[in-house]
Write a protein that binds this ligand. Structure first.
Ligand SMILES: [Zn+2]
Length: 165
């Protein structure tokens, strides 16, 4: 269990979103909407090729939500140009929304990030980011969907989650 023991998470995040995992039925309808690349990345822990993701050069103001369940994961305010070829952020939208798991695949030890609600694979976090956190969340575009500032966030699980902030 040591490799997968996530930090204990609350039922509702600090930002006020429900972190109850989707039911089996909800998961199958959510995954039915994914394309093969999204399935490979989100469900099979794949990594998209660098400099290919659709969100890498996105500089618009808004929120990056989970491609699968719609939970807000990252904000444009915390995005920075890391030069890595993947969209990078120095902190999550809410620390409760992104889980950190030890990943010892590919002969290295890294910290994997997953969506705290649906467990979809997002990317990895590295300790070489900019101030103030020093963290570099290195994400797959395929794991996220961008929502412009001012547009209500999707509530895919129909839980009446707060929107617009
Ligand atoms: Zn999710």
């Amino acid at each position: 269990m040591t490799d997968t023991a996530a930090t204990k998470r609350p039922d509702v995040s600090a930002a006020g979103y429900s972190l109850q995992p989707p039911s089996k039925d909800q998961m199958s309808s959510l995954t039915a909407g994914l394309d093969p690349e999204e399935i490979r990345v989100l469900l099979h822990h794949g990594t998209e090729r660098p400099f290919c993701g659709t969100l890498l050069d996105n500089k618009k103001a808004g929120t990056y939500v989970c491609r699968l369940c719609g939970l807000p994961l990252f904000s444009s305010q915390h995005k920075f140009e890391s030069g890595s070829g993947w969209p990078s952020f120095f902190q999550p939208f809410d620390n409760d929304h992104v889980t950190n798991l030890r990943d010892s695949s590919h002969g290295m030890v890294r910290i994997e990030n997953r969506c705290a609600r649906c467990d979809g694979h997002l990317g990895h976090v590295f300790p070489d980011g900019p101030p103030p956190t020093g963290a570099r969340y290195c994400l797959n575009s395929a794991s996220m969907e961008f929502v412009d500032a001012g547009t209500p966030l999707p509530d895919r699980l129909d839980r009446g989650d707060p929107t617009g902030h």
